[in-house]
Design a protein around this ligand. Structure first.
Ligand code: 16G
Length: 167
C-alpha cells in the first residue's frame, strides 16, 4: 500500500513537473511578451498597451518600492503567463501609521481552471501581506466570486460597503 501511494505521489509530482512545468514567480518586464496583457483581458478591458507603455508603467510601480507586489504563474512549456495576482500595500496614518493590503487583478487563464492556481495566488499574496506588516487585506469582486473568495478567509464585513464612482 505504501509503495502504491508513493508511486502515485511520485507520478503526480512527475506529471506536474514535466507535463505542465508551471512556475510561480514575481512578474518581470518581459512578461509583456508572454501574454500578460492578454491574460488580464480575461478579467476586464485592457486597451491597446504598447511594450513601451508597459515598461514605463512597470518601472513606475517598481520605483514605488515595497508597494506593488505582482506575481505570475508561467507555463514554462509554452512561455506564457497563465495566472497573475497583485498585492498593493497602502500606507496610512491611522492605527499607529499602519498599512493595509489590497488584492487586485487576480486572473487564471480559463484553460487552467480547476488546478487550484487561484488558491495558490491567494495563499502566496496573503502570506506576503502578513510579512509586510499589513493589518488587513481586502478585495473587490463580483457576486459570483464571493463564494470563491470566502474559502480563503475573506468575508463581507457588517456595516462596510464597497462604493465606487467611475470616470
Ligand atoms: C475585479 C478585480 C479587481 C480589478 C477589477 C477590474 C480581483 C479580486 N478583483 O474586481 O482587482 O481591478 O476586477 O474591473 O481580482 P474593472 O475594470 O471593471 O474595474
Amino acid at each position: 500500500d505504501f509503495e502504491h501511494k508513493s508511486r502515485a505521489t511520485y507520478k503526480s509530482i512527475y506529471h506536474h513537473r514535466t507535463q505542465e512545468m508551471l512556475k510561480l514567480r514575481p512578474s518581470i518586464e518581459s512578461d509583456y511578451d508572454k501574454g500578460y496583457m492578454n491574460l488580464l483581458s480575461q478579467l476586464t478591458k485592457v486597451g491597446n498597451v504598447s511594450r513601451e507603455e508597459f515598461e514605463a508603467r512597470f518601472n513606475d510601480l517598481k520605483g514605488c518600492g515595497d508597494t506593488y507586489y505582482i506575481v505570475v504563474i508561467e507555463d514554462m512549456s509554452l512561455n506564457q503567463v497563465i495566472g497573475t495576482g497583485s498585492l498593493v500595500k497602502e500606507r496610512k496614518f491611522l492605527r499607529q501609521c499602519a498599512s493595509r493590503g489590497r488584492i487586485e487583478d487576480i486572473v487564471v487563464n480559463n484553460a487552467y481552471r480547476g488546478k487550484q492556481l487561484g488558491k495558490l495566488l491567494l495563499d502566496v499574496l496573503t502570506i506576503l501581506c502578513q510579512k509586510i506588516d499589513c493589518y488587513k487585506l481586502s478585495l473587490e469582486c463580483l457576486d459570483g466570486m464571493v463564494k470563491f473568495y470566502k474559502q480563503f478567509g475573506f468575508d463581507k464585513e457588517d456595516g462596510q460597503n464597497y462604493m465606487v464612482q467611475r470616470f
